[in-house]
Write a protein that binds this ligand. Sequence first.
Ligand code: KIV
Length: 266
Amino acid sequence: MSSQQPLRRRTVREIVKAKGRQPLVMLTAYDAVMAQLLEESGVDMLLVGDSLGNVVLGHETTLPVTMTDMLRHTAAVVRGTRQALIVADMPFLSYQVSADEALRHAGALMAEAGAGAVKLEGGAELAPTVNRLVSAGIPVMGHIGLQPQSVNVTGYASRGKTDADAERLQDDALALAAAGCFALVLECVVPAVAARISQALTIPTIGIGSGEACDGQVLVINDLIGLSVRTPPSFVTPRADVASLIRQTVAGYVHDVKASLTAVGS
Ligand code: KIV
């Protein structure tokens, strides 16, 4: 009998247990190849973010992303991986209309695409929906602070700058945790407020642009490795310049092919 343990995916229970013991790392992934590379690099969770819209599909915001998009890209990320917990974003208006619709859409991301959990943006107002999904066996990651699906109402400014806003964020976090979320993304929350929320919760917080006191961190992979034609958000320092590598490599190939054809023709 082999002494090697079979590979299996991280579970949401392991993610919750990591709080206070081990920092968690989540990155976005949108396709099978990148997902496999990120898993081989040791990430705990991969988020098939609806940032798919602006990062990969060429939209200005996340709003045009559809369930069809999320199902296809989540399935690809699942196919490329064997160990990471795959969290699928619920796209704009797939969960806000009613808890019944939210359940149907979250169920499709789990049953059809193979996600291990779903993520949705919003505060205490979503507690009944979270409760409905969790009761049906669907693990839910919450997302408060800057909520990209609401930028047309709120803009892109960071959150928690006033006492009232900080208090509201903490109330939202507690309500989502009580409703059954297993983890909570804090996006662009003032670091001191993110630290306070992280201490108040028994579930892990995963920060993005919210300082270092969260229980884990998440970034959009393209921002981390410089695979973009846009300026990255101010809180990210890219650790590579993959865009330049692609331009140089392809320009060299274009040059060589054209030179060889010129040589044949001369
Ligand atoms: O869609 C996404 O990539 C996200 C992360 C920024 C947390 O929600």
